[in-house]
Design a protein around this ligand. Structure first.
Ligand SMILES: Nc1ncnc2[nH]cnc12
Ligand SMILES: [Zn+2]
Length: 315
């Protein structure tokens, strides 16, 4: 089944480039820049990847991103991910990056962007993997800081297909960013947002009604609100679901509890994605495989999930 799932043509629509930083590359970049990591070796770092919630993961993820300093680093990070896409027949990807994670450390916006953009361009030309980059705002920071990030992005408008919203969900509802999303949309950006990962269904309503998003990232807590489910089904709003992420961050206690196949069978446009594969134990094929092993996902269901990902592309 693994080889069959791996060969299935698919798109990845929920992937944080910073979350593809494998421990081996983290150590290599640390050495490149003379940075001392607070872990003895790759094994010790991997052992630390045990989380009780989203925030525990984010603390380690932001710490890890500290080794990303130069255009070459961002190129190497992105290229390694694109090689995985090629290996797993991900023919199209729409990755996020978090500019504020880097600009707040003094790394210029254009250094980050140039490295990523060059790798994405090479990915299309040399690997045949097409892509569209999504600029994501950090929701634990202020609206004002998101506005400044949008200002920095505008001179590079054509580099992006959309804006997104990620980081600590609880206490940072989509409504906090209504004005910056209004401005982004007036500049021609499409919008997506993380909602209903740890946060309540109300955050999904806000993402739809206040931010006017065209896709919901995660969205699994929509299952708690029947009226919301009808809305998502009627409008065929795609949900970019991340099964391994949801179990690693204890959104579900166990993969056998995951609701993705129930949502699929109810008619929601759900897709399978890896979120932060270096931290959660697998890329897209491993996510599909976990659904097969723990939920008995059939080949027919896998085909429909993969087709949903191709249909839900923004470009
Ligand atoms: N799963 C996730 N939820 C929110 N923000 C993130 N940033 C990286 N991964 C994330
Ligand atoms: Zn995410």
């Amino acid at each position: 089944m693994y080889d069959w799932l791996n060969a299935l043509p698919k798109a990845e629509l929920h992937l944080h480039l910073e979350g593809t930083l494998e421990p081996e590359l983290m150590f290599k970049l640390a050495e490149r820049h003379g940075i001392q990591l607070p872990f003895e070796n790759v094994e010790a770092l991997r052992k630390a990847y045990s989380f009780n919630n989203l925030q525990e993961f984010l603390d380690l993820y932001y710490q890890g991103a500290n080794v990303l300093r130069t255009e070459e680093d961002f190129y190497d990070l992105t290229w390694a991910y694109l090689l995985k896409c090629k290996e797993q027949n991900v023919i199209h990807t729409e990755p996020f990056f978090d500019p504020q994670t880097h600009t707040d450390r003094g790394i210029p916006f254009e250094v980050v962007l140039r490295g990523i953009q060059q790798a994405l361009k090479d990915g299309e030309q040399k690997l045949g993997v097409t892509s569209g980059l999504i600029l994501s705002f950090l929701r634990h920071l202020s609206e004002d800081e998101a506005q400044k990030t949008l200002d920095q992005a505008l001179p590079f408008r054509d580099a992006f297909i959309a804006v997104g919203l990620d980081s600590s969900e609880m206490g940072h509802p989509p409504s906090k960013f209504k004005r910056v999303f209004d401005r982004a949309r007036s500049e021609g950006f499409v919008a997506v947002a993380h909602a209903g990962e740890e946060g309540p269904p109300e955050y999904i309503w806000e993402a739809l009604d206040l931010l006017n998003v065209v896709r919901i990232d995660h969205g699994v807590r929509a299952a708690e609100d029947e009226r919301l489910l009808h809305r998502l089904i009627d409008q065929q709003i795609p949900l970019t679901v991340c099964p391994l992420s949801n179990t690693k961050l204890c959104v579900f206690d166990d993969m056998s509890q995951h609701n993705i196949l129930k949502l699929l069978e109810r008619g929601l446009k759900v897709t399978v994605n890896s979120d932060d594969p270096a931290y959660f134990g697998g890329y897209v094929t491993e996510n599909f495989m976990a659904l097969h092993e723990s939920l008995g996902m059939t080949q027919d269901q896998a085909k429909r999930l993969a087709q949903n990902s191709l249909d839900a592309r923004l470009v």
